[in-house]
Structure formats: structure tokens, C-alpha cells
Design a protein. Sequence first.
Length: 492
Amino acid sequence: MAGSTRIDDFMDEAKRAADEILDTTSSGKKILVVSHMDADGISAAGIMGKALFRAGADFCVRIERWMDENVVREALLYGGGEALLVFTDMGSGYLDILGMNVGNRRIIILDHHQPIGEPKESFIHVNPHLHGIDGAREISSAGISYLVAKFMSNSNIDLAHLAIIGALGDLQDKYEDRRLGGVNEIIVSDAVKSGYISVETDLLFFGRETRPIHKALAYTTGPYIPGISGEEDKSLAFLNSLNIELKRNDRWRALRDLSQEEKRKLFSALHDYLISQGYRSDVALSLLGTVYVLVKEEPWTPLRDAREFALLLNATGRTGASGLGVAICMGDRGRSYEEALRILEEYRQTITKYLRWLGENPERIEEWENIYVLHGEREIDEKVISTVSTIISTSLPKPEKPLIAYSLIPNERAIKVSARTNDSIARMGLNLGEIIRVAAERCSGIGGGHDIAAGAQIPYEQKMMFLKNVNSLVGEYMARLKNIGGKNNVNM
Ligand code: C5P
Ligand code: C5P
């Protein structure tokens, strides 16, 4: 948990942002919220949208793939060039781009990415890293937006569950038993207090509320279970071999219907199976953990489980339908929700298709000296390379080597890069965000992110140069970390 002074300073900054938003609202000036297209960005936008709506603000929400000069240029024009701009889940890594051509415009940045560059004096920059709080693990951008919303009005405490969805979407459940920790813990307790969330320990299958058990097991990709993930019939056979009753009274049973004894039997069989496939015990143990149940949502729907809710938001964002995700966060359970359910199903099938394709084309994942490279090229859709990269990174033979995945961005002669390392390597001091940023800058691209997960856009011609740079930077980083016995402050 964050120490008291650093968290106090961080909270003061969040309050300053809230005051500025309220002042702008009372002056009648427009507000533009610009957010990132993944689950955390969409939850952040939903929280801000709801808080602004309740405050009676004149506002608009925009969701973008990433920050670049075009995004800033267009945002500056909104509202006749007079609006207050609020960037959520983007901005901190690109303070220089944000500072260009803005004059003395007031800009609020609510972001948990590693800050790069200097904010202008007219910026209000709320970022946990500036106060010694780990933005990759202790709070997400939805969490920061929630703290600001709570300073705007205490009644916004009923939005805390959205910040939990954002944090889980960004895989911040890195504490024991896959709990949320750090500042997220305060937010979880707000969500429990307001009666929206119950915290339980269970098997972490996707679809624990909604799906027949064999489907939920087949949809589980964290960890990826070879021969079961994506294979419904094999999953069904596996459960049959354990004599777990799959149907009762002609109805498929979901994970929520299983007795404790049945769950114990299932976990132990999966654990043994993964070990027999060469996985370490901690990978198998990651099947079990803390579950965040949204108790006010209908049982049997994907909105009831916070991780599934995050997947639904990711699906809308990554398929260009982020407006639906924002609407659902703001409370829409009508047509937006129906449409999002359809998109979620397609998204799941797409991911499964790519994972199977990679299984059939193993040469697409190369082992280099210090990294793995996943050549998605034009075969893997650039919009989902991030999700594919996250999943594949959990099942590599040498977990100490980061995974650098990329796909072609259609019509742009550029690649989208999605890099992942594991938590223990990042905690040792390997900063992937820094490595990707430096390599991108050397190759006329832009990039950055967190120590554990980073991304970039690079001109296609520079692809090999970029990958070689990342490979050697990881090598240099690891060598220096070994020399100083691990941890931090390795200057590049
Ligand atoms: O832009 P943003 O910070 O929201 O995105 C973080 C991305 O990094 C997510 O897509 C998440 O899947 C990934 N991530 C990860 N492991 C972590 C934290 C984030 O793979 N520990
Ligand atoms: O796109 P992906 O999920 O792989 O991104 C991983 C992390 O890197 C995210 O937090 C994303 O916001 C960040 N990122 C960045 N700059 C980029 C691309 C991604 O900071 N150019």
C-alpha cells in the first residue's frame, strides 16, 4: 500500500483536476474527454462521462487508438478551440507532443503510463508515478478517473466498480491470489461499501457466470492450456473423464453451479495436466484466484464478473465499437448491450482463430538471443495483436525473454508493436516501456508504456532495425541488472 505522504500528494492533484472540471462546468464551457480504446480507457471514459453528466457539464467523449499529433490537433479544435481537454489513459508518455501548439490551454491528464517529457505549466497532470506509486500495478487510469470523480461529488462512489473493471482489464491483479492491491485496494473497498462488488476466491474461468463449464474451460486462455483452450470437444472429454456432471435437469451447469468438492477435483486435475505438459506449478496455480463479482448485475450475464466485463469492453474498443462500451459503463443495458454481446462472441472467436493459427504455424514465433518475436505481419489483425501478445506471453518456454509481437497496420506502411514481459522480470528492473520507447525513437517511430507491457508504431521499412535494437537493448539491460544484482535505475 502507498505510504501516506505520497498518496496525499497524489490525492491533492486529483482534487485539483476535479476543481478545474467543476469550475469549467459552472462557467458553461465545453469539455472534451479523449480516452484510449482498451478496457481501462473505456472504463475511465465511462466514469468521466457519468460524473460530467451528473454535474450538468456540456461534454463529449472520444476514444482513440493511441496518442499522436493528429489526435492532439483535432482535440484542440473541438468547441471552437475553447474547450477544456481531459485526456484519460493517454498523454503522460507523450507530454512533448501534447505540449506542441497548445499555447496556454488548460489540459488535464489522468494517466498511469510512465511520464516522458515535461508537462507545460497550464497542465494538470495526475499520474501515480510522479508520487512513487506504481502505475502498472497499484492504480489504473480508470482508478485515477474514479478518484477525480469522487472529488467532484461523493455520490460518484457508485462508480468504483468501473475502476475495478479498468484495473482488471489492464491485468493489475498482480498481488497474491490475483488480487488488486495498492491504491486499487481503497477503490475495491469503496465498491464493496457501495454494495456493487463482492470479492470471492474461485477458479478463474472465463464465463463462470454464463457458460456451460466445458465452454468456460475452453475459453480460458490465462494460462493457455494446450489441447483444451479453444477446443470445446476436448474440454468436454476432460470434464467427462473426471465424472463431473455437465447437465442437470436438461440444463448445462455453469462454474457457479459446481459444489466446492467438484471445483477442488477439477482444479487438481488441471494442475496435474499442466505440470505434465511441462508448465511450472505457479502457472497452474494462476487458474485459481480472487474473483470480483458485480452483484447488482443480472446473474448469468458477462457483466456479472468484472474480468468478463473488461473483456466485453476490450472487444468493443478493439473492433471499432468503443461507443457501445462507454454507453454500457454509463448504464445502458438496452441495444448497446445486445450489440456488444454479439461483438464479444465474434472477438472471442477471432482470438481463438489466431491462437490456433499460431499453433499450426509455430515458425511465426522466433526465439532470438534476448527476446521472442511474433511475426503477425498481415495475417494477424493489428487491432487484436495486443490481446494475442498478452496471451502468448504467458506460455513461452523461456519466460525471462520478453515477447515482441507485431502486425501490419493496413494502409499505413507501418507496424503496430505489442511487447510483454512477465511480472518478476519487470520487478527485477527490466523496463520494457523504456526499451520500446528508445528503440522506436531510433527508428522514426513512437512508443512507450509500462515496465511490463509496452507498444509502438514503427515505419514498416524500419521493422528489422527496430527488432534488432530491442533485442540488443534487452541484452544490455539484463547484463547491467545482473551486475548490480537487479532492480531499477538502469540508465540508457
Ligand atoms: O494503455 P494501457 O495501460 O491501458 O494498456 C495496458 C495493456 O498492457 C493492456 O492491454 C494489458 O493487457 C497489458 N498489460 C499486461 N500486463 C500487465 C499490465 C498490462 O499485459 N501487468
Ligand atoms: O497496444 P498494447 O496493449 O500492446 O500497449 C501496451 C501499453 O503500451 C499500453 O499501456 C499502451 O497504452 C502503451 N503504448 C504506448 N505508446 C504506444 C503504443 C502503446 O504508450 N505508441
